[in-house]
Design a protein around this ligand. Structure first.
Ligand code: THU
Length: 138
């Protein structure tokens, strides 16, 4: 098996910071940026987008994941999320990350202090996560 390149957490956080500037968050004013590192080495970014009908808003993590998946990218090595304070993903995003990027490492940083990076394993984010078991449908 060819040796995988070391994951550059700082570069992934930098990509998430660039995405954060493009967040559309006029209601909460809480801007979040996300970046996914695909197995190919490609970086896919996203930022949160809010609606006047607040519940329609979408988190940065899901925007990045949906962009990647619908561009045909399905294998991820890592993700980075930056926000004021460095929050961890909400429950909805954890479900999707665990489903589609289970083996990835997650880097979290406060956008005001991006040099300090916390590290998690996506698979640990949502214990006993729901998965669609075909057997349960029959
Ligand atoms: N948000 C994200 O984009 N990612 C997170 O991990 C937490 C929350 C967004 C959703 C909403 O636009 C704003 O932050 C405030 O909750």
């Amino acid at each position: 098996m060819p040796k995988q390149k070391r994951i550059d957490a700082r570069a992934l956080v930098a990509a998430a910071l660039t995405a954060q500037r493009r967040a559309v968050a006029p209601y909460s004013r809480f801007k979040v940026g996300a970046a996914l590192l695909a197995a190919s080495g490609e970086i896919i970014t996203g930022a949160n987008v809010e609606s006047a009908s607040y519940g329609l808003s979408c988190c940065a993590e899901r925007v990045a994941l949906f962009k990647a998946l619908t561009d045909g990218t399905h294998a991820f090595r890592a993700a980075a999320v930056v926000s004021p304070g460095g929050v961890t993903p909400c429950g909805a995003c954890r479900q999707l990350l665990v489903e589609y990027a289970r083996d990835a490492i997650l880097f979290i940083a406060d956008s005001g202090k991006p040099g300090v990076i916390r590290r998690f394993r996506v698979r640990d984010l949502l214990p006993s996560a729901f998965v669609d078991l075909p057997a349960a449908r029959s």
